[in-house]
Write a protein that binds this ligand. Structure first.
Ligand code: SAM
Ligand code: SF4
Length: 352
């Protein structure tokens, strides 16, 4: 893992060589040990619940460079971050992105970081899976809402299911553990859910269903997409025995074991059961904006302090000030009378 890429990207200041600053703890006593970094707002799909068809993307010059992303991640590691998820947009479409994984590998090697993970739509996985594993990535999340190629094309507007399947094969061949993430969508995949669970478990993959969240303007009404997971779970009980599990990944999913398959099934329920009390994470966008909560507008600019000085003092100060404002939680509502999204930005901006 220690290699030329890491040496090219790594910032002058290694997390391990910094005088250990105090870890980040928010006003509610929650230690921030997990960051999700959106490395691009662009994507090769246009999932109907995530984006509108004619999305406007950021000009490339507004993005943090890969070196700056590495420095930002390293500053968080120095402040107690133990887990980094690289996401987007579609992270694997960002040019040169593998150099970031190579450079972050040094924090895995030193033990400063427990885990680097990725959330991907799988379209580019076939060509990157082996290299991700070489960089110390052990687990990845692949988003997949249906196993039907026509429905897949419809929900992603452009996607090719066969490519994602090739990506899954390559990831498993490279030894990566996979969790399938499926957004539960009313009238779209609720009937298919048992088949998806059997399929994922037959391949040794976990699967998690997610409630759709009111993030950003999309074409159509959220209420027509929203399927409460309380309802899906009740439907699944017709076919499966769901046994409570204590399994945890540090994320928001609550898991059960499906007795009939022996596999793990997760539920992420931001609407029906808010999980904010245990929140340990914040999100950074590709322009260096820190969002302390997925469902609130308040944000802090980390790009200016990052660029203002080669030392990390200003950056640390901006991070601390921001975490001191981390809100208690989100206030998502999806119903016929609530027209506006909870926040204006799309999930592809903040990072899933
Ligand atoms: N492109 C990558 C992917 O699809 O996995 C990473 C970014 S994507 C924004 C991360 C996750 O957010 C995906 O699992 C996607 O299904 C989910 N997502 C996007 N918009 C959502 C929404 N409005 N509500 C709930 N989940 C959403
Ligand atoms: Fe792209 Fe992921 Fe959003 Fe789909 S969910 S449009 S794959 S960023």
């Amino acid at each position: 893992m220690g290699n030329i890429y890491g040496m090219i990207l790594r910032s002058e200041i290694d997390a391990s060589s910094l005088a250990a600053p105090a870890p980040l703890v928010d006003p509610f006593g929650r230690a921030i040990s997990y960051i999700r970094v959106s490395v691009t707002d662009r994507c090769d799909f246009r999932c109907v619940y995530c984006m509108s068809e004619d999305m406007h993307f950021l000009p490339k010059q507004d993005l943090l460079s890969l070196e700056e992303l590495d420095r930002l991640c390293s500053a968080f590691v120095a402040k107690g971050t133990r887990k980094i998820r690289i996401t987007g947009g579609e992270p694997l479409v960002r040019r040169g992105i593998m150099t970031l994984f190579h450079s972050l590998a040094r924090h895995l090697e030193s033990g400063a970081l427990e885990e680097v993970t990725v959330t991907t739509n799988g379209s580019q996985l076939a060509r990157h899976a082996k290299e991700l594993a070489d960089c110390g990535v052990k687990r990845i999340n692949v988003s997949l809402d249906t196993l039907d190629p026509d429905k897949f094309r419809a929900i992603t507007r452009w996607g090719d299911l066969a490519k994602v399947m090739d990506g899954l094969d390559a990831a498993q061949a490279a030894g990566l553990s996979i969790k399938i993430n499926a957004v539960a969508l009313k009238g779209f995949n609720e009937v298919e859910a048992p088949e998806m669970i059997r399929w994922a478990h037959s391949r040794g993959m976990d699967i998690t269903f997610i409630e759709v969240m009111p993030l950003g303007e999309i074409d159509g009404a959220r209420v027509d997409q929203y399927l409460p997971l309380t309802q899906l779970r009740a439907q699944l009980l017709d076919q499966f025995t769901l046994e409570d599990s204590t399994y945890q990944t540090g994320g928001p999913a609550r898991y059960v074991t499906v007795k009939e398959t022996g596999g793990r099934l997760g539920f992420i329920t931001p609407l029906t059961h808010n999980f904010c009390e245990g929140c340990n994470r914040v999100r950074v966008t590709c322009t260096g904006t820190l969002y302390m909560c997925l469902g609130q507008e308040d944000a802090a600019d980390l790009r200016a302090p990052l660029r203002a000085s080669e030392s990390n003092e200003l950056l640390f100060k901006a991070m601390e000030d921001a975490i001191a404002r981390k809100p208690k939680g989100h206030d998502f509502v999806i119903d016929r009378t609530t027209r506006n999204p909870a926040v204006g930005r799309h999930m592809s901006v903040t990072g899933g």
